[in-house]
Design a binder for this molecule. Structure first.
Ligand code: PLP
Length: 500
């Protein structure tokens, strides 16, 4: 494709994008295709010869579009939202135009510097304390996802505790590495357990009651039990806005339970963190000043396209210390199982080792700009901050706040219908733009369960679950996309508002 062809198809693309967004509600929100549908139409081998781009676009419309679920449709109230905005879309285009890799400072100074600056903007917009700003010891960097952020801080937590234990001389750090425990609640996103599995840490999901809130007394008790068993508490995820019901853990009491320990407290606010741009929701942040790290996804609910998970830590130095974990090849030359990525240049690609200014070290001043490459497993990364800069400037603080408040007001409006209707019960308090609801139990007994029937008539809870599952299926067939979930054995329907 040459520049002229690009101009033609580029103009068509912008028109197609605007037409798509303007007419999105006319489409069925859920894809209607059957599994493996694409194998029928897309050839098994890549084309040998170049193809005409008009033909590619024709196939895009006939083959790809039918397999799309329309996340930005007004009929999409499933999962949690994913973000869209026109300035962020333009940011994507210019990011593609520049096509730089943001690794070290010299690899593209603006890409590195803008990320630190815009992450400080974001920290201030959501009311984080100065301890999380890049101007001090702490700071924020963009991660691919909240799951990646959890993995990274859990690795940093492991390094911190092993470093600490190596100074105690009461336990061999290699033995200690096998005894570390990561905690979460039974409502925490599954990525926490996944991170523990990847890192080889023991994992314990602590029970919550009907309100889905994890509290300090449960954490303290669990840590005591584990210490008595010879285990070593190391890390905990605390959630603002759990995936299933949007519950908020009791951060203050959990921080208190972890005080005077080496346990790393991480706040996962993947969804609800965006609401913190509005001061009226900041009471949910109580205790965040005391934690080690905080992450939320602007790519969920704050107008920036995936991927934009904003991770803030109190101690940037620890973040770059990626632990090697249990003894491995390097452990033979390294007396403890932990290592610091940034001070082991032998482990780093040659291309990054080309002199002082590569890392932003100034020859004339004492200024230094740290390499983004040290803040996660990826050596290179996209110029993701450009989308933040475009979007935050285009909306301003007031525009971001209005965006969130609009969704929350829509949820309140929806609740007035529910209250007037009287056929539903709401499971947990509604803090943001997610609600979990069920049909009233007496109505459940009267619902026609259709072909599936109910497995055990003597168990009313099973019948209630089947009735709610049936209702959920009927709503989705009617053309709105909702997801269902399970809370302590109760099936319920989630309604999540957040589409652009
Ligand atoms: N944490 C919470 C509370 C979530 O709700 C989700 C996804 O919905 C995640 C983490 C995972 O987010 P990501 O897809 O960015 O890894």
């Amino acid at each position: 494709m040459d520049a002229e062809e690009f101009r033609k198809h580029g103009h068509e693309a912008v028109e197609a994008i605007v037409a798509y967004m303007e007419n999105i509600n006319d489409r069925p929100v859920r894809s209607q295709v059957a599994p493996n549908y694409l194998r029928q139409s897309v050839p098994k081998h890549a084309p040998k010869e170049p193809e005409d781009f008009d033909q590619v676009m024709k196939d895009f419309n006939s083959d790809i579009m039918p397999g799309i679920t329309h996340w930005h449709s007004g009929k999409f109230c499933a999962y949690y939202p994913t973000a869209f905005s026109y300035p962020s879309m333009l940011g994507e285009m210019y990011m593609a135009m520049l096509g730089v890799n943001a690794s070290t400072w010299a690899a593209s100074p603006a890409a590195t510097e803008l990320e630190y600056i815009t992450m400080d903007w974001v920290a201030k917009l959501i009311g984080l304390s100065d301890a999380f700003l890049n101007t001090g010891k702490g700071g924020g960097v963009i991660q691919n996802s909240a799951s990646d952020a959890t993995l990274l801080v859990m690795a940093a937590a492991r390094t911190r505790i092993l470093d600490h234990l190596s100074t105690q001389e009461t336990i061999d750090p290699h033995v200690a590495a096998t005894k570390l425990v990561a905690y979460s609640s039974d409502q925490t996103h599954s990525s926490c357990q996944k991170a523990a599995k990847i890192l080889g840490l023991r994992f314990r999901a602590l029970p919550t009651r009907d309100d889905c809130i994890l509290r300090g007394d449960v954490v303290r008790q669990a840590m005591r039990e584990d210490i008595a068993q010879g285990l070593i508490p190391c890390y905990i995820t605390v959630t603002i806005g759990t995936t299933s019901t949007g519950a908020v853990d009791d951060i203050t009491s959990i921080v208190e339970a972890c005080k005077d320990t080496q346990v790393w407290v991480h706040v996962d606010a993947a969804y609800a963190g965006s609401a913190m741009v509005c001061p009226e929701f900041r009471h949910f942040m109580k205790g965040v000043d005391q934690v080690d790290s905080f992450d939320f996804n602007m790519h969920k609910w704050l107008l920036i396209h995936f991927d934009c998970s904003c991770l803030f830590v109190k101690d940037r130095g620890l973040l770059v210390r990626i632990s090697t974990g249990a003894p491995d090849a390097r452990a033979t030359t390294n007396p403890t199982p932990s290592t610091t990525l940034s001070d082991t240049p032998d482990l780093r690609p040659q291309s990054l080792e080309v002199g002082g200014t590569e890392s932003g070290e100034s020859t004339t001043t004492t200024t230094r700009v740290e390499s983004l490459t040290d803040f996660g497993p990826s050596t290179n990364r996209r110029f993701r901050a450009l989308r933040l800069w475009f979007t935050i400037r285009s909306y301003g603080q007031s525009g971001l706040q209005n965006f969130i408040r609009n969704h929350i007001n829509l949820m309140r409006y929806f609740q007035t219908f529910l209250a007037a209707d009287g056929r539903f019960e709401v499971l947990t308090p509604v803090h943001f733009s997610l609600i979990g609801l069920r049909l009233n139990p007496e109505l459940c007994q009267r619902v026609d369960l259709g072909m599936g029937g109910v497995p055990d008539k003597s168990n009313p809870e099973l019948r209630n679950n089947a009735a709610n599952a049936r209702l959920h299926g009927m709503i989705n067939e009617a053309g709105v996309f909702l997801t269902k979930s399970d809370l302590h054995g109760k099936t319920f329907i989630r309604v999540s508002i957040g589409a652009f």
